[in-house]
Design a protein around this ligand. Structure first.
Ligand SMILES: [Zn+2]
Ligand SMILES: [Zn+2]
Ligand SMILES: [Zn+2]
Length: 77
């Protein structure tokens, strides 16, 4: 009887070590909303809750003369 060897190749653990937007590996942090890894370049800082978000989970408000960034939950309030 031969034992069937289970070979795990290229195991992915769900958490990428690269920015999911630009693939850089520079000072990654998870987005507070979708938890994707984002680098310092792609990170957006919400003016209301002061958390870090990716570009997908944040919106930029141009309605005042100062550009402000809000996350999705803060912008809907
Ligand atoms: Zn990036
Ligand atoms: Zn996000
Ligand atoms: Zn916020």
């Amino acid at each position: 009887m031969l034992m069937n060897a289970q070979i795990n190749h290229g195991a992915t653990n769900g958490y990428s070590s690269r920015c999911y937007r630009c693939n850089r590996m520079d000072s990654l942090q998870p987005c507070n909303f979708c938890e994707h890894a984002i680098c310092s370049n792609c990170r957006q800082h919400c003016s209301t809750c002061n958390n870090e978000f990716c570009g997908t989970c944040s919106t930029i408000d141009y309605s005042s003369h100062i550009e402000r960034t809000f996350c999705l939950s803060c912008s809907s309030q």
